[in-house]
Ligand binder design. Structure first.
Ligand code: HEM
Length: 368
């Protein structure tokens, strides 16, 4: 086992406990990276101004830098620090926080979910992006096309993608941009979310290319992480048939802590600093084990027990600090509404088999 294999391992949590016992922030000889596993170290790394989301020598992954996907990647708040993060974030975050749960429920409710593994796949991977597209004012047909394009685009974010996938990601980025150019030109767009974002963007000096890149970013951030949350909630029900499946909101809240779809993230040290008693230097890489921090007894009492009514639940699944996920409430609403709809179809959970999608950081089951 190593901290990367752990993300898609059947049960990585005893291994994470072992890492925490060896120290919250320790150098891993095999990976040649620092590994933050305790809640204290994870919080300190995510809060530190010298721990950046990209290495300074490679702001955009070399594999995609020459194409359209790289152009989008280079403008995402997720991949930047300083003004290039703060400006788009200030324009987008407030609107995401204001989204009405009833609207999300209605959008998920209006979607057709078919039975069987294909239906589950569509509900997990296509549905959430279609909901975000609808909230921005796209039609259902556009949403379906956009969710397909997002599936292609996100390949540019994974080091596991091959050249054919990267080529498809460039094409998808170009097409997603085209969808947004049309949307932003449409005088009949009624989306309150889009109107608010545009209005706040207009008060900054940031251009429309950055606006469009970060709107595409909403789809890519939604895609796998929300699918994983829905899938891991189904796994919790399969593994614990005694759980009360009527308490869907509580189930989603505990699953995101207990078995997160985003297991880790990375930081790149930009200047000498001391974190959790360790001296770090420019060029150092830190693997930040969010999923391990959630199981740290310093963060949650009795952390290895799955508790629907856990009091004062604390979690790093959505990050922390300046890059903390602005889509958390939306993601949890979409996941709850989708799970409710799946369960209403009374799926034969005991007959499903699954495997985790190959990934360095995502824990995303695909059912068969
Ligand atoms: C279960 C679903 C989700 C999970 C687990 C998740 C998790 C995360 C995490 C851990 C980060 C921070 C990464 C880091 O600091 O290295 C993040 C950032 C982000 N997420 Fe989410 N996310 C989810 C869904 C969403 C949704 C639905 C949206 C929007 C529609 C969204 C939008 C974003 C954006 C824009 C960022 C970048 C923020 C920044 O860099 O300032 N996420 N997410």
């Amino acid at each position: 086992m190593d901290p990367i294999i752990a993300a898609t391992h059947a049960d990585p949590y005893p291994y994470y406990a072992q890492l925490r016992a060896e120290g919250g922030l320790v150098f891993h000889q095999g990976l040649k990276q620092w590994v933050a596993s305790s809640a204290r170290a994870v919080a300190a790394v995510l809060a530190h101004p010298h721990c950046h989301v990209r290495p300074s020598y490679e702001p955009v992954s070399k594999a995609i830098a020459q194409g359209m996907a790289g152009k989008v990647f280079g403008q995402l708040m997720r991949m930047n620090e300083g003004e290039r993060q703060r400006c788009p974030r200030a324009a987008i975050e407030p609107g995401l926080a204001l989204i009405d749960v009833n609207e999300v429920n209605a959008l998920v409710g209006a979607r057709l979910i078919t039975s069987g593994a294909d239906g589950l796949y569509a509900a997990m991977f296509r549905g959430p992006v279609c909901v975000v597209a609808a909230l921005l004012g796209f039609s259902p047909a556009q949403g379906r096309a956009i969710s397909e394009l997002t599936a292609d685009f996100v390949a540019c974010l994974s080091p596991l993608s091959d050249q054919a996938q990267l080529d498809a990601a460039h094409v998808a980025a170009e097409q997603l941009k085209g969808y947004f150019i049309e949307l932003l030109d449409d005088p009949n767009n009624r989306s309150a979310l889009l109107a608010g974002i545009r209005q706040r963007f207009a008060t900054t000096s940031t251009g429309s290319e950055t606006l469009i890149a970060n709107l595409i970013g909403l789809f890519s951030q939604t895609y796998e992480a929300t699918a994983g949350l829905i899938g891991n909630a189904l796994l919790a029900l399969i593994r614990n048939p005694q759980l009360d499946s009527a308490q869907v909101d509580d189930l989603i809240a505990e699953v995101q802590r207990f078995d997160p779809s985003v297991q880790n993230t990375r930081r790149f040290v930009a200047a000498p600093c001391e974190i959790d008693g360790v001296n770090l230097n420019p060029g150092d890489v830190i693997l930040v084990l969010l999923a391990s921090a959630n199981r740290d007894p310093q963060l949650n009492d009795d952390p290895d027990t799955f508790l629907l009514d856990r009091p004062n639940r604390r979690s790093f699944t959505f990050g922390a600090g300046r890059h903390q996920c602005p889509g958390q409430v939306l993601a949890m609403s979409i996941a709850s509404a989708t799970l409710r709809k799946i369960l209403a179809m009374k799926p034969a959970l005991d007959r499903l088999t699954w495997q985790y999608r190959p990934s360095l950081n995502g824990r995303i089951p695909v059912f068969a």
